[in-house]
Design a protein around this ligand. Structure first.
Ligand SMILES: NC(=O)c1ccc[n+]([C@@H]2O[C@H](COP(=O)([O-])OP(=O)(O)OC[C@H]3O[C@@H](n4cnc5c(N)ncnc54)[C@H](OP(=O)(O)O)[C@@H]3O)[C@@H](O)[C@H]2O)c1
Length: 301
């Protein structure tokens, strides 16, 4: 029988790439989505087209009752679980002085509490059935890097990574491995990927030692290797950074956010003007690049 996997937040982005790569590696994969049903069903269809079993389960992992439903539906289809990937997450940046309890609750309930209780549900089944499974937590290089306005996202990803270490320690005796994968700047949309593949210049990417952004497929392939490659069998309680060296180079988060958040009206206005200037410059560069591309395609034709 094929091994089974559940990937939270696999309706799009990195989660979808992980689900497809696990299917490629021979797993039957349950897809989880929250709001994007079409995306969830599409991932599911793609997995089935690869000859693997798949179901798509709607569940908002910010809600504990939805996590129960997620695993109830998973275990109705697959009696045991070999791999859980806690990928679902929301990325919210906000100046500390403006952060609200609602924002705090929103981020922590998905990015930490949701992953924690999904891991618990999966681990209980693994222990009960003697499955030497794998739990992967998708964190971020923000867990140790310090970027402006990431005062919530960064610490919460750090907490998730710390949880990886504790869970690995407690579950090791059952042969269950728990690993963090921490991506850096990762392209999650097709049009961005096409731009990078055709060599479009990006000033931020140029600051990364590998001179480009990472791709969702690279994260998917690495997660599949960590789960299925026998050479990874002794890896647990640690974190694999996949950020092209961005942490080494202290690459700043964006081109437009100042390191110190503007707190006066004058500073806010100056920031808005700078943003507008940057956006206009960016738009112009994109238009020029598109025109050049069109011209070279026409001259080839
Ligand atoms: N992209 C990057 O550069 C990057 C870098 C470092 C780390 N990461 C981490 O990688 C993970 C995936 O990010 P991504 O960039 O692929 O984001 P994305 O394209 O926005 O996808 C997010 C996924 O999470 C799901 N999700 C969000 N809230 C959920 C909830 N409450 N319950 C269940 N599912 C939920 C979404 O489902 P619906 O669409 O169905 O709502 C979607 O499938 C996140 O944990 C993120 O922190 C990303």
């Amino acid at each position: 029988m094929a091994k089974t996997a559940l990937v939270t937040g696999s309706s799009k982005g990195i989660g979808r790439a992980i689900a497809l790569n696990l299917a490629e590696a021979g797993y039957d994969v349950a897809v989880n989505y929250n709001s994007d049903e079409a995306g969830g069903l599409d991932t599911c269809e793609k997995i089935r087209a690869m000859g693997r079993r798949s179901i798509a389960i709607q569940a908002n992992i910010a809600k504990l009752e939805d996590i129960e439903k997620l695993f109830r539906e998973f275990f109705a289809e697959f009696p045991t679980i070999d791999v859980l990937v806690n990928n679902a997450g929301i990325t919210r940046f906000c100046p500390f002085l403006e952060a609200t309890p609602e924002l705090f609750e929103q981020v922590i309930s998905v990015d930490f509490r949701g992953s924690y209780f999904c891991a618990q549900a999966a681990a209980r089944n693994m222990v009960e059935h003697g499955t030497q499974g794998v739990i992967i937590n998708i964190t971020s290089n923000h867990q140790i890097g310090h970027w402006p306005t990431a005062n919530l996202y960064g610490p919460i990803k750090a907490a998730l990574n710390k949880f990886t270490e504790h869970a690995a320690m407690e579950l090791g005796k059952n042969g269950i491995r728990v690993i963090s994968v921490a991506p850096g700047y990762t392209i999650i949309r097709d049009e961005q990927l096409r731009r990078q593949e055709r060599g479009a210049k990006n000033p931020l990417a140029e600051k990364i030692p590998l001179n480009r952004f990472g791709t969702a497929d690279e994260v998917g392939k690495m997660v599949a290797q960590l789960c299925s490659n026998p050479g990874a069998g002794y890896i647990t309680g640690t974190c694999l950074y996949m950020d092209g060296g961005a942490l080494l180079a202290n690459v700043v988060e964006t081109q437009i956010e100042p390191a110190v958040w503007p707190v006066t009206e004058e500073m806010k206005q100056a920031r808005e003007e700078e943003r507008a200037r940057q956006r206009a410059a960016w738009k112009k560069a994109m238009e020029e690049e598109e025109a050049q591309l069109k011209q070279s395609e026409e001259s080839k034709a």
